[in-house]
Design a protein. Structure first.
Length: 215
């Protein structure tokens, strides 16, 4: 039988201790890492579940009986939002893509039949909803939805989309925003009020102020 002196026994004991300690430490690290990965996976699943079950807030305006903000379950479509608000007899539902899913914060404008405009998104916080929302109808003020012009200026309270589109710095998207603003908030009281429209700031107003009127 192999005989070991005290020094050799001590060396072997130290080596065995190092191996045991190192293995235990390594195992503890692996266990901790696995626990962190499991927790991260559970967190991702919870976030995914929340996104699937979270209710959506949708603003419905235009030719509806009860315009306003409605809470709808995830997975709802434009038809669900329109039915919540109750379309009027003059509502033109044919121009809306009723089967399109809605997104949180989206605004849906229901036009009246025969309203002027081109398809596009109106006041939606989600750019991907552009194809799902109809154009804003021109303000009902003024015969035939035409702008009343004074001294060659465009009346931003009565101008339709085509007339607003002729203003510098105002394309179809801004024209729709201007029309929707007055549909929701009423006529502009001063020309400076146009800066309340999303995207129209001081710089764009400087281009417009000499070309627009509210009377």
């Amino acid at each position: 039988m192999l005989q070991l002196d005290r020094k050799q026994q001590l060396v072997i004991l130290v080596l065995v201790s190092i191996i045991i300690f190192g293995g235990g430490y390594r195992f503890a690290q692996m266990k901790e890492r696995a626990a962190e990965e499991n927790k991260a996976a559970l967190d991702r699943e919870e976030v995914a579940d929340d996104s699937k079950t979270k209710d959506l807030l949708i603003h419905v305006t235009g030719a509806v009986v009860k315009p306003g903000v409605y809470q709808l379950p995830a997975g709802s479509r434009i038809i669900d939002a329109v039915n919540k608000a109750g379309p009027t007899g003059e509502a033109d539902l044919d121009v809306l893509k009723l089967a399109t899913p809605v997104t949180d914060g989206q605004t849906i404008y229901v036009p009246v039949k025969g309203a002027a405009g081109q398809p596009g998104a109106v006041g939606s916080t989600n750019p991907s909803a552009a194809a799902a929302v109809s154009p804003v109808a021109a303000s009902s003020a003024g015969a035939g939805n035409r702008a009343q012009q004074a001294g060659g200026k465009v009346n931003i309270n009565t101008a339709d989309q085509a007339q607003l589109d002729t203003l510098p710095g105002v394309g179809p998207a801004y024209a729709q925003r201007i029309i929707q603003y007055r549909e929701i908030n009423g006529p502009f009281q001063t020309i400076e009020d146009i800066k309340q429209v999303s995207g129209i700031g001081d710089k764009r107003f400087e281009q417009l102020k000499d070309l627009i009127t509210v009377q």
